[in-house]
Design a protein around this ligand. Structure first.
Ligand code: F6R
Length: 606
């Protein structure tokens, strides 16, 4: 949610800032801007729209300055136009911000009474004027310490100053921020991906900290303004993960990468020789745990729901799931024998982090299932299970979803075994089954033609429904989410058995309905529900698995058959055609698949 970049160098920085902003666009793309400092003057340029619009509107290559900051915005306060685009500047100070200032109205009143004039509708502009005001009486580091304490809410900030022409200040509370180190230059960025082309040496700021970056020095401070030391980490440099290669979109590439995601997960967690799971170092005894709560947002929440079915089948644990934005404000009953599992691709989602923080403050056992292992959620959890799927750049999550459900399935198996709630033979058989999963996914990926032909029906319809029961229900929700976020078609995921309690009223002649009915223990029930929607005129796309038995229903519009495997693993295979359906629907409409409207990856605001 908004991306920020800052560079302090011994040479001109505008081109590097623009290149980094292009990498950060997945975090926000409704406006973009940069500010550089040259010859004692700050020059600010900004535009509504994407970074390429900014490039078209201004001669950025000739924008002088060895110090600069840049921003791509996902609007929170104020419309996405050029006035509200960042940076925001006073005569002396220019700021880029990711986050939300919750007390901006009060601060604005105070600053207006002091004579400050506001140009935008943003909350960010109060930061500019507050620093400007504090600099009237205090030295820079004190003015920053004071300002940060006056701000309520979340922020990652990059700040430059006309009167301190050789430095950038970075500050973090709630929203992620990394510092990078290069030859004769140092950087500030919302994530390491933005800095990747320039450096692999990174330090992450922790909450409350700020830093002062010069081209030859970086200093770190705690929230009281005391100097602190921080470690530099070296990131691996697998550049190919950051390129689209032969693919038209990152999403297409990431869908095709899923066999590798599963192979890597198996390599990391499965002992193939002994058919065992390599997770040994839990910081707690698993038999001290009586309940688990899985928490996430969006697709990650669907992973939690998927995991509930597996944990309930393989263990005797009480299993709860929660949407992070709900959990964080409820009166939760924290019990000593509970484990809280946080699921997140980015590891930076504000609501999920806040839920984790709440559990940590209540001294709960916490575990993170994340992709970005340097993330806040990973760093602040007692135990981390990385999903190892490599960078996911497309805003719509695909390979991270399969990665998350793989790790959660493995964890459920491990708990079942350690607690002696899954019998040993069953445990080993299930692990054996997992070893075939990558090749089954590879086969399921070969169905493009059928799905391309089907997708136009979804685009032409007023709305669509995705139905499933049991293991297929979370996948139905995920399929509906993918379709709505990519092709902006109304799509609703529903438990098939719930239709007659209301949503059946939506079904009308020709409405496309996806029914997930693999031949598992729910098959017959789901087929009955399918008949109920067919009887009311629905055009049913049935997704099932291959079988020698005939399908026990008539009048189905289209059928897609995925490979056959055991019931536990069918959800992985059912997901693939749904991802492709969403992809091809959006492609047909000519939408921006990697950057759907109104969305951004890594939701670091509430
Ligand atoms: C949907 C999607 C989102 C994310 C959600 C949580 O395709 O990507 O729903 O799953 O914003 O993000 P993470 O997993 O980074 O916490």
């Amino acid at each position: 949610m908004c991306g920020i970049i800052g560079i302090s160098s011994n040479k001109s920085v505008s081109v590097s800032i623009i290149n980094s902003l292009k990498k950060l666009e997945y975090r926000g793309y409704d406006s973009a801007g940069i500010a550089t400092l040259f010859d004692g003057e700050i020059t600010e340029v900004k535009s509504e729209g994407r970074v390429n619009v900014l490039e078209e509107n201004f001669d950025l290559k000739n924008l002088k300055g060895n110090i600069g900051i840049g921003h791509v915005r996902w609007a929170t306060h104020g419309a996405p136009n050029s006035i509200n685009a960042h940076p925001h500047s006073s005569d002396n100070v220019s700021v880029v911000h990711n986050g939300i200032i919750e007390n901006s109205t009060i601060l604005k009143k105070y600053l207006t009474s002091k004579g400050h004039i506001f140009k935008s509708q943003t909350d960010t502009e109060v930061i500019v004027h507050l620093i400007t005001e504090n600099l009237k009486t205090d030295e820079l580091d004190l003015a920053i310490t004071k300002t940060l304490k006056q701000l309520h809410g979340s922020f990652a900030l990059g700040i430059i100053f006309k009167d301190s022409p050789n430095l950038i200040v970075g500050a973090r509370r709630g929203s992620p921020l990394a510092v990078g180190y290069g030859p004769n230059e140092n950087y500030l960025g919302s994530d390491s991906y933005a800095l990747k082309a320039m450096t692999n040496k990174i330090t992450y700021l922790d909450d409350g900290e700020f830093c002062i970056i010069r081209n030859d020095q970086v200093l770190f401070f705690n929230e009281d303004g005391k100097k602190i030391n921080k470690k530099i980490m070296e990131l691996s440099s697998d550049e190919s993960s950051y390129e689209k290669g032969e693919f038209k979109h990152f999403m297409a590439k990431e869908i095709e990468e899923q066999p590798t995601t599963i192979k890597t997960g198996i390599k990391e967690y499965i002992d193939k020789t002994n058919l065992d799971i390599n997770i040994y170092n839990f910081p707690w005894k698993v038999d001290e745990i009586n309940s688990i709560t899985l928490i996430g947002c969006g697709t990650a929440y669907h992973s939690c729901l998927m995991a509930k079915y597996w944990f309930e089948n393989l263990t005797q644990l009480d299993v709860n799931i929660d949407i992070a934005s709900e959990f964080r404000y409820r009166k939760n009953r924290f019990k000593k024998d509970s484990l809280y599992i946080f699921v997140s691709q980015s590891g930076e989602t504000a609501d999920t982090y806040a839920a984790l923080d709440l559990c940590n403050r209540n001294k709960m056992k916490t575990c993170a299932v994340v992709n970005v292992i340097e993330s806040s959620i990973a760093r602040d959890s007692n135990f981390v299970l990385p999903i190892h799927c490599g960078p996911e750049i497309g805003v719509a999550s695909t390979k991270a979803f399969l990665g998350q459900i793989l790790i959660l399935y493995i964890l459920a198996l491990k708990f079942g075994d350690l607690r002696k709630e899954t019998n040993k033979e069953n445990y080993k058989n299930k692990i054996k089954g997992l070893l075939n999963l990558p090749s089954l996914i590879e086969k399921s990926l070969l169905m493009d033609n059928d799905i391309q032909a089907i997708s136009s029906t979804f685009n032409e319809a007023k709305g669509s429904m995705f139905l499933g029961r049991g293991f297929s229900y979370p996948i139905a929700l995920e399929g509906a989410l993918k379709l709505k976020e990519l092709s902006y078609v109304h799509a609703e995921g529903y438990p098939a058995g719930e239709m007659k309690h209301g949503p059946l009223a939506l079904i009308e002649d020709g409405m496309p309905v996806v029914v997930l009915a693999p031949r598992d223990s729910y098959y017959k029930k789901t087929i009955s529900n399918m008949q109920e929607v067919i009887a009311r005129g629905a055009k049913v796309l049935l997704i099932t698995n291959k079988s020698k038995d005939e399908i026990i229903s008539e009048n189905i519009w289209e059928t897609i058959e995925v490979e056959n495997t055991n019931d536990d693993l069918l959800p992985f295979l059912l997901t693939i055609p749904l991802q492709k359906l969403a992809y091809y629907s959006a492609l047909q409409k000519g939408y921006d698949i990697d950057k759907p409207r109104n969305l951004a990856k890594s939701v670091t605001v509430e």
